[in-house]
Write a protein that binds this ligand. Sequence first.
Ligand code: CS2
Length: 496
Amino acid sequence: MKSVMKLKQENLKSLSAQMGTPAYDRNQVKVGIVHVGVGGFHRSHEAYYTDKLLATGSLDWGICGIGLREADRKMRDTLKEQDYLYSLLVKHPDGKVENHVMGSLVDFMLSVDDPRAVIDRMANPETKIVSLTITEGGYNFHPVTGAFRFDNPDVQHDLANPDKPRLIFGYLTAALQKRRAAGLAPFTVQSCDNVPHNGDMTKRMLLAFARRQDAELAEWIEAEVRFPNAMVDRITPVTTPADIELLEAKFGVIDGWPVTCEPFCQWVIEDQFSDGRPAWENVGAQFVPDVTPYEKMKISLLNAGHSVLGLLGSIQGHETIDGAVRDPLFAAYLRNFMDLEATPVLDEVEGIDLDAYKDSLIERFSNPSIKDSLARICLESSAKLPKFLLPTLRENLASGGHIAYATLVIAAWCYYSDKGVNRHGVALDIVDDMKAELHQAAGGTSEDVLSFLRIESIFGELIEERSFTSLYEEMITDLYKNPDISVLMRKVQDQK
Ligand code: CS2
């Protein structure tokens, strides 16, 4: 019988025959990066690149994870138990699974336990970068006006309590204030979220907050702190109990919270840092002067493509991305959406053949080993759609371009928010900060067909666009009569 061992530093030597383990002395690793938001994606992406970098001998770039929410306690406790080591299961389309134990995370703090310690960690001169995966919703900006939301009660709390903030902006402000007071260079603030111009956005939001706190400090931040924009990419489904079992059965390792991901991985970063940076280019990342075309391409094709499959697929009764793209109607719909609606809004990307990129996306989505659930894709749609899909729709409306594919997705989102079931009446697992508001607005559809579009903080002035609303009205009327969304998808395709 295969021996089974707990993932721990002291067991690494015995485990190394079955899987990749850190090929460097973790005791020598210094914390150069403080990362806020240690979820699956951080662990399959930045921490993965950084693990490879540490293996090249650059030992100054270990990561200290930070959790800003009580909900992060479980991840912290699980990882602490295993010396912050975790397994990265890379799942190939042919069924092959590789396992690599990642060693780049070397510490983890919960701000709810000790906010001061977190501020000190960021302010420590060893910290060169504070990086973020705080999700699309974490940037606290109004999706239509783009303004920082001072009406958020947590922001009000943080302005009144600068020593024990709740949100990231309070932490960054307090830590940068300490660095400045100590005459130190600031750290870089590096967003790793799928937000267009994620660095610029982070800068704008932080400055809005810091100005209220300390106008002089805000000026210093504006002049001295760098916020590189970046395009980040690796499909990372939610870890399931089956992954934990697979690890034990196949690799003989007990890991409380492994991560699974696809083989593909991409990170394109603007080369501007306040206080030095890791040589991530030595391990596959790409540094460029301007990341705009890459991020727009990725968000408008991959993330929007996911939302298209997620919302339409949920109503149809699909459960995963690979299941949805195996349905020829969905595969064709996705490709047409990409070709007719997303591609026309994209700029040329140097060195990238867009057709090949789209082919590769469909191939990645089809990976049968990656059971990426539509529930994960549709999670927090109210924060995602305004960044992934609505900009494309707006641009096409302005240029007189094609809009039917995206419009049906919004009609589907209304139905999904209103009924909460698929076309067979089976309940859907909906998680969204705005769930109640979405449900209420969508619930008004039978009296006022445009009711859903009146959520101004999501749709802004889209309701004024006649060519859009008349199409939406037609679709929503049909959908409410017959929730078999495939009929409407075919209709859109036939009219292309
Ligand atoms: C997904 C992303 O959250 C979503 O809706 O589109 O998490 C996507 O899987 C990643 O951005 C891939 O890089």
